[in-house]
Design a protein around this ligand. Structure first.
Ligand code: SIN
Ligand code: FE
Length: 304
């Protein structure tokens, strides 16, 4: 831990990029740097890449349109279903329009920045996070993203596919979004994986049959889910783990593999986020993926 802390003055988890437009033409050097940084567990930071709201959309920057129970409002890529919203009519339509515009901007950015991924990149949900993170009453520790964690989907097993996310801070009052970034995945997983419970034989099939998961939970999904929960529940780790605080200014965008980069969102309000999934086979260097790291660690193949 101390080596991480002593090096943090010189090492930043953020990899800066200059772009002011979502269809920015990136140079081949930028594209190389993007792939290498992403797969190496860094966060690509676009300080000046903002998402412009239309005048009529300003009213959407409020917690009023959000379901009290839901962490955020989300839009399904297929079918365009809005979830977690407490809005209908004009506001529901406005939310859908704003979020689908964001989804197409995020897709354009990824096509220009990482064209090597583009054919394999699958569009996931778009989310709008209207709540102030700091001081929010979160009932379940599992849902508390102020605790360091890597992302995993409890009900949508992905069999090793990567979770790539694009975030934009759209705070109208200029408020930063502040994250903490933890240690590299391999060091982190090495602390927890040896002590995780093994999957119960047959459980993955039962969960799928009951409709609790969409499809069969692979051993990889099992480990990632338990890693997520164990890490959030481990108060000592939460208190003492090495970390670096990073700040995403209002009007900025960042891109990160959140299944690999330990992160916690500490402060801020109003963010848009687009999820993509990417098969490990599409990576430049698949051996750096959590799936491959965990396979080396456990000595087993963890996904079909
Ligand atoms: C998270 O993915 O854990 C939360 C990130 C954010 O909303 O800033
Ligand atoms: Fe997360």
């Amino acid at each position: 831990m101390s080596s991480f802390q002593s090096s943090r003055k010189v090492f930043s988890s953020l990899e800066p990029f200059n772009a002011t437009a979502w269809d920015n033409p990136f140079t081949s050097e930028d594209r190389e740097r993007a792939v290498d940084s992403l797969e190496g567990g860094r966060v690509l930071y676009f300080k000046d890449l903002r998402f412009a709201l239309e005048p009529a959309e300003k009213v959407l920057l409020s917690t009023s349109w959000s379901d009290a129970e839901a962490k955020n409002i989300s839009l399904d890529p297929v079918g365009g279903r809005l979830r977690g919203a407490n809005a209908d009519g004009e506001e529901a339509y406005g939310l859908e329009r704003m979020m689908s515009r964001y989804a197409s901007h995020a897709q354009k950015l990824m096509q220009g920045l990482v064209p090597a991924y583009a054919p394999a990149l699958r569009l996931g949900r778009t989310s709008f996070r209207p709540h102030e993170v700091e001081g929010r009453d979160v009932r379940s520790f599992r849902k508390d993203d102020r605790r360091l964690h890597v992302d995993a989907f409890p009900s949508r097993p992905n069999g090793g596919a990567r979770i790539l996310r694009v975030f934009t801070n759209i705070n109208p009052a200029g408020k930063d979004r502040v994250w903490q970034i933890g240690e590299p995945f391999e060091a982190y997983a090495g602390r927890f994986v040896p002590n995780l419970p093994r999957p119960l034989p047959g459980l993955a099939h039962v969960l799928a049959l009951l409709g609790i998961t969409k499809g069969i939970r692979s051993p990889y999904d099992h480990i990632m889910l338990h890693l997520h929960d164990r890490t959030k529940a481990d108060l000592k780790y939460q208190r003492e783990a090495p970390r670096q605080e990073v700040t995403f200014a209002a009007g900025s965008t960042w891109v990160v593999f959140t299944d690999q980069v330990l992160h916690a969102a500490m402060r801020g309000q109003f963010v848009l986020e687009q999820t993509f999934e990417l098969p490990v086979s599409a990576l430049r260097r698949g051996e750096r993926a959590p799936l491959r790291i965990l396979e080396r660690m456990t000595g087993h193949s963890l996904a079909a």
